[in-house]
Design a binder for this molecule. Sequence first.
Ligand code: BGC
Length: 535
Amino acid sequence: MPDEWHKGSAIYQIYPRSFRDTNGDGIGDLPGIIEKLDYIASLGVNGIWISPFFPSPMKDFGYDVSDYRDIDPMFGNLRDFKTLLARAHDLDLKIIIDLVLSHTSDRHPWFKDPAKKDWYVWADPKPDMFGEQVPPNNWVSVFGGPAWTYDKTHGQYYLHNFLPEQPDLNFHNPDVQDAMLDICKFWLDLGVDGFRLDVVNFYFHDRELRDNPPRDANLGAATQYEGDDPYSAQNHIYDKTRPENLKFLERLRALTDRYPDRALIGEGGDDHFFQLAADYCEGDNRLHTIYTPQLCGGKHKRLTEDLIRTPVEDFLNQAPNARPTWAFSNHDVVRAASRWCPDGDGFGHNPALSKMLIALLGCLYGSFFLYQGEELGLPEAKLKFEDLQDPWGRHLWPEWQGRDGCRTMLPWNKDTKSGWLPLAESHRPLNAADQENAQDSTLNFTRAFLNWRKHQPALISGGIDFLETHSETLLAFERKTADQTLFCLFNLENAEQTLPLFLTPQNAHLAFPKEKGEENTLAPYSFQILKGKEN
Ligand code: BGC
């Protein structure tokens, strides 16, 4: 029987540059991850996703890979990686690596090799209405500007959905597919437990290079930059989510299935996300689970019942056979501790809210990623322009500081130094060492909750049913397996709420947290998980 560990699992995301720096160069490294494996295991997670650590010119901080079979020297070497893998496995932690197959760095030898020109997407300029030579179509880059850059040597444009330094691979060329599968095989042979597949729906483009039609403005932003954005003005039916990708995913799954207990987790963003989830996880021969971005919104949002409930129900209704992997935070979005905190102008935090969010994430149906620092309740860091590193943020400053506010160095103790990004002053009092010693810290809460969750079958594999609460900020649902029923109640606001009678199940007892507050009330930003009488 395959071990379906990825179903209902809790995975800790490490952004290695900012995790733990052991050699004092201002950049986190693999020895830093090794040093902290016990800490990670103590959280009660099942595994780790590590953002890219491959050799890279770091224009997009590792999401621009120049060699897929090695480790960038700033992070360590393959020996370190093998040590990390072995030690993680000893601690019963799975290791998921982040494969960026859609594009390479412009410094990858393939991009320079004339024999491999067709491995990328090249096209002739097209005359516009004034006879001016312009890009072949209207496609734009996620990070702003056209998706095409002119190359004088070839007299042609090449495609890039992200930075110009991230040329897009041409997956219509079977040699590209074979090369990418070979890279996957290399890491599977080494023993990794799975892949987080970066922008998995961007692998193929429309061969005819048709213009994208305009997009319905009511849909809101298409990226985490929630301003007026050319990318959000187009309906991306030709530059991504092409039908040919399904066959490639089947090839990748067939390869993965030759190894026991490995998992494919695809990251996809699309206006028709739930359809994408259904298609990409259909049958037993594509992805195992899909990284679901609906709860990773960009800027400040109000935390309401509907905000959480709608995407979960949409997923269940529209992709009933797929498995979601949720996250509230990651290296691309504003940390949820601040995004959903009404105070602090987008940079605030409230420990009760941070704890409640960990419990909520752990109670949702499916698996989830916990982003480094979430266990400490870290808020979004406010940065100065001079400190910004993310090219996207530098481009959009001052309207948006980009993605660096969630990428600052983790505060391990009160003396942790700044690195490639500063250590946020707001993070210093939340450092891990101090939280170790404070019984009621977010860190110790996370440990207690996730270690308890591991033993609750209903939270791992049960179904989910939402209950009507008739309150915008009271969320209630039931998780249920044949042997266990759990009622989960969350107070999403910073004010006490009275529990209506219909939400106080008879004969149920409090399972988590252990200590009971006042009868029939939920304290500000608190939650209760109750066990049904049959358990
Ligand atoms: C990654 C980003 C990256 C982009 C391009 C995303 O989904 O999470 O950090 O910039 O893919 O590779």
